[in-house]
Write a new protein. Structure first.
Length: 598
């Protein structure tokens, strides 16, 4: 039986990441990057698709786990009738894109425990069985471009195309395993002592975490979310993946299964806020530079998502040999949304760069030239229908949120001239800003609903419109905003959380249902805060925090019926929203207020 999504934890090396189950099994790992083909794909199939389990033989009577302080070093403690052991999992910070390591140390805590190790390497998303040979240090495995070595002091042997071992661990003793990946046509690289690597990795994480400037009530939850964002960062370029996984379903057994191992422009502003107000300026600058490189070129070619290095072509295809998480198929690689028109991203890019300027990362002439080009395209196209923030596949519409973000783009352009002395046709931008604002208030607001609606002429609600006061389009106290917040509460709430929109109407062109959307639920709390309803906002936020798993991680959605996390995991958008709401409600910084002020 598959583990639930919340039964996993993440480890990573700022290039890629792995998901480790509560049962001691690494069931998802892509090498050498987050978006590379998986070599452990049990998460989306079965053990024949690759996994690496280390656990007590016969199971454990009790299992607990934690991260070691403000690090990404995971400690899982298994207690049995014979004693207790702790499995320490981590990935050393990488010095090269051509090598990667996963280290697992089994430490005896009490008594003597018999452990079992089972390893099945399967490259090409769980399809390719490598050629495995014995070696002095353990084994080597090769499949095409991928080379892997397993270094251990434990005797291993082959069994049914897997590598297995059984060993005892006494109190005070340790056994270690090192998986080392390298390009198969190159030397495997330098030796690495597991315990030295553990000490160095812990020090690196502590030094990085020490940059955090927040000390509010929710300090620990925000810090864990920031560490998770770092785990999803591809450090050579600064790109931040939306999640570590692909195809974890938004509805168990359904088809809403997408690949999120890419970088979305829509995440830009929220991510910059989260990093800058938390003190992580180097990461914010790296993300900003990634953003500028990604959108450089002809503005009509701007995409909604890119690869970790800014790659543009991300063709979507299905992997039929993987049976899907709990039978949820298809399993998809790539994401066809890269070819959609989503006009809101122009506003997100402008807002992100404006935010960076306000918080101390001043624009360059080259950056402003890129923004001018984006604005020129938006001037000619802002009135066109698009696929919108939620990447619908049911046809283009005049989405209200897209128009609001067009207003944001022109508003931030005006303020770049007024506040930072940039050059540009400010009078024309002011006229466009006013024109967009008037149109949204006229066509995007429903008198009968007393709320802003999903698209012009519709009756449907959309939680993206909770962004209206957060971007400064209207104040939170405006009657139309209050009406929208109440309409969302009455019509899109389930189990105290917010759905993106009503999927039952089929307007998104997709079959099936989905859970409540966690980022939208954080936005709801932010709206309550901006309206001065702090007690309600904190109640909502505490409810959201209660949905984090035992090590502080969130996926994209929450299933209100079966009470479990849904969607790709861990999800950057959810954790970014958590950080910003934590600062609003429990710390000295107020990012949504700053954003609303523009």
């Amino acid at each position: 039986m598959a583990l639930k999504i919340e039964d996993y934890a993440i480890i990573g090396d700022t290039h890629t990441a792995a998901l480790v189950g509560r049962d001691g099994s690494i069931d998802w790992l892509c090498l050498p990057r987050l978006d590379s083909p998986a070599c452990f794909a049990n998460l989306l199939g079965n053990e024949e698709n690759g996994y690496w389990r280390i656990a007590p033989k016969g199971g454990a009577a009790k299992t607990t786990r934690r991260y070691r302080g403000d690090t990404l070093i995971l400690e899982t403690t298994f207690e049995t009738a014979d004693g207790a052991v702790t499995l320490i999992d981590f990935m050393p910070w990488r010095r090269s894109t051509r090598h990667a390591d996963v280290i697992r140390i089994v430490r005896g805590d009490r008594g003597v425990v018999t452990m079992e190790m089972r390893l099945a390497l399967r490259f090409a998303h769980g399809r390719s069985v490598p050629w495995v040979q014995r070696a002095e240090h353990g084994i080597t495995a090769i499949a095409g471009p991928d080379g892997v070595e397993i270094h251990t002091d434990v005797q291993m042997h082959g069994e049914n195309f897997q590598t297995v071992a059984e060993f005892e661990v006494e109190a005070g003793k340790e056994h270690s395993f090192r998986l080392h990946w390298h390009l198969s046509h190159e030397d495997s690289g330098a030796e690495l002592d597991p315990n030295n690597a553990l000490c160095e990795t812990e020090e690196r994480w502590k030094a990085w975490s020490a940059q955090y400037t927040g000390n509010g009530v929710y300090r620990d939850q925000a810090m864990r979310s920031l560490i998770t964002l770092k785990a999803l960062t591809y450090s050579p370029t600064g790109g931040i993946a939306a999640a570590a996984t692909t195809s974890l379903p938004e509805d168990i057994g359904g088809t809403r299964n997408w690949d999120y191992r890419f970088c979305w422009l829509r995440d830009a502003t929220f991510t910059l806020y989260a990093m800058l107000v938390s003190g992580f300026h180097s990461e914010a600058k790296a993300w900003r530079e990634w953003l500028l490189r990604a959108v450089a070129g002809n503005p009509q070619d701007v995409q909604v998502l890119y690869g970790l290095s800014g790659e543009r072509l991300q063709p979507e295809f299905e992997v039929p040999w993987l049976s899907g998480y709990e039978g949820s198929v298809p399993v998809r690689i790539g994401n066809a949304a890269h070819s959609q028109l989503q006009l809101d991203v122009f506003g997100e890019v402008m807002d992100a760069l404006h935010t960076a300027s306000r918080l101390g990362v001043r624009p360059t002439k080259q950056e402003w030239a890129v923004q001018r080009a984006l604005l020129g395209f938006l001037e000619d196209h802002w009135q066109e229908p698009d696929e919108g923030l939620w990447e619908v596949r049911g046809g283009r519409r005049h989405f209200t949120h897209s128009r609001v973000m067009a207003w944001v783009a022109f508003d931030r352009a005006v303020k770049a001239v007024e506040r930072f002395g940039m050059d540009g046709p400010v009078d024309r931008w002011r006229r466009l800003r006013a024109e967009v604002h008037a149109e949204v208030c006229d066509k995007g607001f429903s008198q009968s609903r007393n709320a802003f609606v999903q698209y012009y002429g519709a009756d449907d609600l959309d939680a993206s419109l909770l962004m209206i006061p957060m971007v400064g389009f209207l104040p939170a106290t405006d009657p139309r905003v209050r009406g929208t917040v109440e309409a969302v509460k009455e019509n899109l709430m389930a189990d105290g959380l917010v759905r993106r929109y009503d999927t039952s109407k089929g307007t998104d062109g997709l079959p099936g249902d989905e859970g409540t959307f966690l980022a939208c639920s954080f936005w709801y709390a932010d709206n309550l805060h901006l309206a001065g309803r702090d007690a309600e906002a904190k109640e909502m936020f505490e409810h959201l925090l209660s949905l984090c798993n035992d090590v502080g991680l969130l996926s994209e959605e929450w299933g209100p019926n079966d009470k479990r996390l849904l969607g790709n995991f861990p999800q950057a958008f959810s954790h970014v929203a958590l950080i910003n709401t934590a600062h609003n409600l429990g710390g000295p910084s107020e990012p949504t207020k700053q954003r609303a002020e523009g």
